[in-house]
Ligand binder design. Sequence first.
Ligand code: AMP
Length: 220
Amino acid sequence: MEQQANIVLLGAPGAGKGTQAAFLVQRLVIPHVSTGDMLRAARAAGTELGRKAAQYMDAGELVPDDIIVGVALERLAQPDCAQGFLLDGFPRTLPQAEALTEALGQAGRRIALALNLDADEAEIVRRLSSRRVCRGCGKIFSLAKKQVQEGGACPECGGEVYQREDDQPEVIRERLAVYRRQTEPLIGYYRQQGVLRMVASIGSPDEVNDAVQAVLKETF
Ligand code: AMP
């Protein structure tokens, strides 16, 4: 059977998941399923899910598994995910990973690749504090790389560029602690399943993407 592009993107906050995800979904023509983006959209729309998630997100904590697993699995059951998907920000805990394996298994499917973006912690803090996001098109920019100016408009669509609430320094520290405690164990989980590949997130997004492309060539 031809291997389906069912991919999990792993890595600490700020390791470059969002940026690499954008490259990957374009290249493989699969949907980008980001639970963080889904929660931010739910908040902006003022839904019950958005209201429930807000307190956890602003504190840099994880939304409880029973809430997020339902959200993610419902999304993966949509027809556009039938031939493959790129999961970004999910799973983030072992119970989430187990629920995903179980749900895919029931449909005779499995994760084909868990790609871990490995970044240095000091670099992560630098990247996240400098990260700005467009409210209009969702594109990510760096203040440090002068891709956008503080208070300036999005160079792509003219939308408002803002700093995520959870990219403030105290929240970044909490998110990194949560990552180490709850998400890092997933590296071992997917290694055991024989689908883990590591890519060092060093250098420019294009350089990291070259390494990611090399992994894709070997896998699919
Ligand atoms: P992200 O954009 O992936 O960094 O996610 C932003 C925030 O949304 C996280 O800090 C969590 O509060 C929440 N979140 C996103 N995905 C998950 C998940 N799989 N499990 C729990 N919380 C999540």
